[in-house]
Design a protein around this ligand. Structure first.
Ligand code: PNS
Length: 162
């Protein structure tokens, strides 16, 4: 059975993340979306909130589960019996960081491999940070995040939905 982890901060989940979840879930038996419990990064949403939003947006994909994790990703992957880490690559600017992370993970545990999905062109520019900035200034974020997430992001900035 092929089991993969798609890890990230998901603060909040974007349509780009959802695209990677949909595509990667098709090539594995089970996909676990791992939400990093990273208070040091001062996230906009609590880890519980991020997990809840993700659960809502993946509810119709039967082989996808959402969980939070703390500590090393490879430890979480081992705990879950996952052999694969999934990451998305938007542009060449992602490459150096992703390469370093996947190679570090490989040294930490060489039984777990990272596979990369190139982000669909329509989402290549998207990131959780730009979504937050756009929402902060009152922009329409409906093309950036899944529908159930829109109002929750606006609520954080006390902005009425567009
Ligand atoms: O969405 P992000 O913030 O780019 O995701 C980064 C994430 C969660 C994949 C990465 O920070 C991570 O795996 N953190 C857990 C600690 C760890 O294992 N780091 C890599 C080896 S040092």
């Amino acid at each position: 059975m092929k089991k993969a982890i798609y890890p990230g901060s998901f603060d909040p989940v974007t349509l780009g993340h959802l695209d990677i979840i949909k595509r990667s879930s098709k090539i594995v038996d089970e996909l676990i979306v791992g939400v990093l419990n990273n208070n040091s990064k001062s996230p906009l949403f609590s880890v519980e909130n991020r997990v809840k939003m993700l659960k809502e947006v993946v509810k119709d994909i039967p082989n996808v589960e959402v969980m939070s994790f703390e500590g090393l990703l490879v430890d979480f992957a081992r705990e879950m019996n996952a052999q694969i880490i999934v990451r998305g690559l938007r542009a060449v600017t992602d490459f150096e960081y992703e390469l370093q992370m996947s190679q570090t993970n490989m040294v930490l545990d060489d039984t777990i491999d990272t596979i990369f999905f190139t982000t669909s062109l329509e989402y290549a520019y998207l990131s959780s940070s730009t979504v937050k900035e756009a929402a902060y200034y009152g922009a329409d974020i409906s093309r950036f995040v899944p529908e159930p997430v829109i109002s929750q992001v606006y609520d954080k900035f006390k902005i009425k939905e567009k």
